[in-house]
Design a protein around this ligand. Structure first.
Ligand code: ACO
Length: 430
């Protein structure tokens, strides 16, 4: 491999250093380019731009590899609970028994929201989108925890992280309860993370929610599989906001906004709409796949394809198994799963999808699983945000501690008017 890149511009040659990642991913360091040449690079959507160096998550999209702190995602399929993965991401190693116990205790202690925050929920209309409520209320934590706005050291960071990880599920559950006009259910200190969330979502003051182990494990795994995905749109947003020195709560609130978009966190809702459409009998799976291949139709096979993965999304493989496990239970059947299986079977044998390397992504099965758990479609992206939160927090901290980090401030190529004079209003013509 070369040890530098050479750029020829206007007859001059410039040597640019290479940076090689720990998995041999090569990059050209252009940080001195403008100062030396007067040129910038243009890369809309940043598909060729490394915005930082990061030690949190590794992805090889060509080979279908996803690792958190070096550990392959498949190894989380039957083992840990979400909180171990949270610790792994934000602290860099799997927790010892003592670390886990202390962290779990912190989560229990801080699950409640300040009573003053409840009145904020009440002021939202019932129809408020839960993602808007989530984003607002995470930002509102900045008002109720002024002591956590400036984080001096690792210990303070962990305190803030524990509060946010714990409170997001209370906020998420309250957003749902408010939208359905049901009373808020306080967190139960005797329940673990996922069970406690389901309790706040579905218990009634007179009727305790009974949690099925398979359901709890499925949601636990969904949260783990969404926990980080390196420099995706919402994580890059969090890092960008953090680069200005903004606090953890407001940075993560911005991440929720980025995740809300249908091109990012909203795709599993689109998968459910597609499956429902086929289920209603409006179309067969074969006809839908044909429509998705027709460029004129504007239709895509939702849950298929990925910007980074050009092989199976490893998260989709794990989720397919979870779905199979859930629906192998007596009495559990979902016709949408049969439709999904059929769509997958057809697409994976079709040259259109094979040539373009389009495989099922994480969203293909997650919606079906969430629906079985009883999570309404309006909350799907909120669950994604709960899962992605540890990734955002880990990146926020990495960004803040990076000695080389500067405020994120891309440049542009200006395409507007040349020098233009101001004209007084009476003299203006259209
Ligand atoms: N159905 C049919 N055709 C598709 C699909 C699809 N799902 N995805 C891509 N293609 C085709 C495109 O039409 C294009 O064909 P062409 O080369 O003949 O023009 C080719 O495959 C490449 O597509 P791009 O749009 O360039 O791929 P890109 O990497 O930009 O987009 C994306 C990836 C947005 C995920 C795309 O595959 C898609 O729209 N999929 C459906 C939506 C979806 O499932 N999104 C969730 C992504 S996972 C996540 O965000 C958590």
């Amino acid at each position: 491999m070369s040890d530098k890149a050479t750029l020829t511009l206007d007859g001059e040659q410039y040597d640019l250093p290479l940076v090689i990642g720990s998995e041999d991913e090569p990059a050209i360091d252009i940080s001195s380019l403008r100062a030396r040449t007067g040129y910038i690079t243009l890369d809309p959507g940043y598909a060729n731009t490394g915005s930082c160096q990061s030690s949190i998550t590794y992805i090889d999209g060509e080979k279908g590899i996803l690792r958190y702190r070096g550990i392959p995602i498949e190894q989380f399929a039957n083992g840990p609970n979400f909180i171990e993965v949270v610790w792994l991401l934000i602290c860099g190693h799997l927790p010892t028994t003592e670390e886990y116990t202390d962290f779990a205790r912190d989560l229990t202690l801080h699950a409640n929201l300040d009573e003053g925050m409840k009145s904020h929920f009440d002021s939202f209309p019932r129809t408020a989108p839960p993602m808007a409520v989530l984003s607002s209320m995470i930002n509102t934590l900045s008002c109720f925890h002024p002591e956590l706005l400036e984080l001096e050291d690792t210990e303070q960071f962990r305190m803030a992280a524990a509060r946010l990880i714990s409170k997001i599920r209370t906020i998420a559950a309250y957003a749902y309860r408010h939208s359905t006009g049901q009373p808020y259910i306080y967190p139960d200190p005797h329940q673990r993370y996922v069970h406690n969330f389901l309790h706040m979502m579905f218990s009634q003051p007179y009727d305790q929610y009974v949690c099925d182990d398979l359901v709890r494990d499925a949601l636990n795994l969904i949260l783990i599989l969404h926990a980080d995905h390196e420099q995706n749109c919402s994580t890059s947003t969090v890092r960008m906001v953090a680069s200005s020195g903004a606090n953890l709560f407001t940075s993560c609130s911005a991440g929720v906004g980025a995740l809300w978009g249908p091109l990012h966190g909203g795709a599993n809702v689109a998968v459910m709409n597609m499956l429902e459409e086929i289920h209603k009998g409006n179309m067969t799976p074969e006809a839908y796949v044909n429509l998705a291949k027709d460029k004129e139709s504007g239709v895509r096979l939702m849950g298929f394809g990925h910007r980074v993965y050009k092989d199976f999304d490893p998260r989709a493989k794990v989720l397919r198994e979870v779905a199979e496990r859930l629906f192998s239970q007596p009495g559990k059947k979902d016709p949408l799963l049969d439709i999904a299986r059929k769509l997958e079977e057809i697409a994976l044998q079709d040259p259109y999808f094979i040539e373009r390397k389009l495989y099922p992504n994480v969203d293909f099965y997650s919606g079906i699983i969430l629906r079985t758990i009883g999570i309404p479609t309006s909350m799907f992206t909120v669950i994604f945000a709960m899962g992605r939160l540890p990734g955002w927090i880990a990146h926020w901290w990495e960004q803040r501690r990076d000695a080389n980090s500067r405020i994120s401030r891309p440049r542009q190529i200006y395409t507007g008017n040349g020098l233009t004079d101001y004209v007084e209003m009476p003299s203006r013509k259209i």
